[in-house]
Design a binder for this molecule. Structure first.
Ligand SMILES: NC(=O)c1ccc[n+]([C@@H]2O[C@H](COP(=O)([O-])OP(=O)(O)OC[C@H]3O[C@@H](n4cnc5c(N)ncnc54)[C@H](O)[C@@H]3O)[C@@H](O)[C@H]2O)c1
Length: 313
């Protein structure tokens, strides 16, 4: 019998699908969803939900005690593009929510944490192709600075206090169930919606901008596999590199044209181009593969097939 799980930030792009998958796996009543706002019907209707502010330690502690929570997945954060507009709010949310959960574990009130990092921990001086697990990390965005600091604190809490915290550096995530929440890779979701609605898309990233991406099913499977792995296999306690595919806006457009031949793409790069230019093009995830058996399943064409078929319904 799995002990109860709390998901903080459950109504977002990842949290929604993660909650549904964990409920399927461990039972609806075992997975408590929480957020500062209500979520979609499927999530709200399938199990317990609590309105909860991730920056409020006492409120999280109350929920943890009430449901006898054992594991926390912390998905609440301000994402890259939005964080550039509200730097201090992003820093406060991203760091205080993490400290709240780390400190609950330090005090023995929960036993395991999942906290996601991002490819945004890398910066303009990082080698761009096949970016290694350990390399130069000089993030130039507020979001990246918060994720890199978070990684350092996770490793510190593991080494110093034995906190069982696990993390992956998600690439840009592509999904059809929930819209993305203000990231630099959101174009790779919007493009499918617009392809079906209008037959054309204006990309906010320029031609040639190659970024690491992943289909949501792979991301959810990686997350749960990492959390279910025996502790001794998890050698990296900052955050694991994780790769699915890498592509440019023109490559995703070509992949869509295989299904919608008249689809066209145009380019009008905005402030997000600078963020994208500071990130890697492809990621070396051999540590995750070797240590806990990670293997991606979806390439670009499979992702396009899934996205268009599901969005058409
Ligand atoms: N989606 C991606 O492509 C991607 C890539 C890399 C890393 N990540 C990371 O994964 C995590 C989840 O990302 P996402 O894409 O689902 O984000 P999202 O913006 O879609 O969802 C975040 C959720 O957190 C909630 N939230 C915001 N402030 C809160 C607060 N104070 N208390 C409680 N909830 C709050 C929001 O209401 C939202 O439902 C984040 O840490 C993000 O940095 C995401």
């Amino acid at each position: 019998m799995h002990r109860p799980i709390l998901i903080i930030g459950a109504c977002g792009q990842i949290g929604t699908e993660l909650t549904m998958e964990l409920r399927e796996k461990y039972g609806n009543e075992k997975v408590i969803a929480s957020d500062i706002r209500e979520g979609g019907d499927a999530l709200m209707g399938s199990g317990p939900f609590e309105l909860l502010d991730a920056t409020n330690y006492a409120a999280i502690e109350d929920v943890v005690m009430h449901y006898e929570i054992d594991e926390v997945y912390l998905m609440a954060a301000m994402l890259s593009a939005t964080a550039e507009k509200f730097p201090m709010r992003a820093w406060n949310l991203n760091m205080s929510s993490l400290f709240n959960v780390l400190n609950l574990a330090k005090e023995g009130k929960i036993s395991k944490i999942f906290w996601p990092s991002s490819i945004a921990v890398f910066g303009p001086n990082t080698p761009k192709e096949d970016t290694a697990q350990s390399t130069i990390m000089e993030p130039s965005t507020v979001y990246g600075i918060s994720k890199q600091s978070g990684e350092r604190w996770c490793e510190y809490y593991f080494k110093k206090y034995g906190v069982d915290v696990r993390s992956v550096r998600y690439p840009g995530l592509i999904s059809w169930k929930t819209m993305p929440g203000g990231g630099t890779t959101d174009y790779a979701v919007e493009i499918y919606h617009e392809a079906l609605k209008k037959g054309q898309y204006e990309s906010f990233l320029a031609k040639g901008t190659k970024l690491p991406m992943m289909y949501m099913d792979d991301a959810i499977r990686a997350t749960i596999d990492l959390m279910e792995s025996p502790s001794e296999k998890i050698k990296v306690r900052s955050s694991y590199n994780l790769a699915g595919m890498s592509f440019t806006p023109e490559e995703i457009a070509e992949s869509i044209q295989n299904h919608i031949p008249d689809f066209t793409i145009s380019y009008a790069p905005d402030f997000r181009q600078q963020i994208a230019d500071s990130w890697p093009s492809s990621i070396d995830d051999s540590a995750a593969k070797e240590q806990w058996g990670w293997e991606p399943k979806f390439n670009l064409d499979q992702t396009t097939f899934e996205m268009l078929n599901n969005l058409k319904k």
